[in-house]
Design a protein around this ligand. Sequence first.
Ligand code: 2AM
Length: 187
Amino acid sequence: MAVETTYTAPSAGRLFFALWVPPACAGTLHAMAGAVVGRSGGRLMREDTLHLTLAFLGDIAERRLPALLEHAAGLSLPRVPVCLDRLGFWAQNHILFAGSSAPDPALGALADSLQESLKEAGFLAETRAFVPHVTMLRKLLHPGKLPALPAQAWEAEEFALVRSWRSDRGAAYETVARWPLQAAVVS
Ligand code: 2AM
């Protein structure tokens, strides 16, 4: 008699590559988001989880993690300027985010080349148009008038592979590994 098995390979979790938001900027965004929650509701992202996603992988099998880490370690990606200077609201997914009125093309180029390399290596099935943003608040229904965001600018010096999962306190995030972005060579 045939024995039916439903085997699911162990998962390394829900993975994505991201730039962590530096603490000073995270503090500003978190305080602004807190003010919006006080007025309009929604679920605040924890200050230490604020990030800008470069490439979203989703569930990756545990056995593929070493190859993914090796792939990322072998990349040579440049440092990029990041500037967040406006708050925005996406009605379709109820997200309040910090974005850029004029994103530096180098940031888009970084995300594109990371996504392309992951696609070529078989870790990404599809690539999506990159819209740089930092999610500050979820489940917001009616944002009201959004406050002006004083420009938050920095140079990203490293990128990280992050694992996320649902916890009692909302989404939890853990850095799996991080790698430096390369400084421009001055000749
Ligand atoms: P969000 O903040 O706009 O929701 C972890 O879930 C991170 O991956 C979040 O920054 C989330 O973006 C992003 N993310 C989740 N699903 C995604 C998808 N299908 N494509 C691109 N990014 C995604």
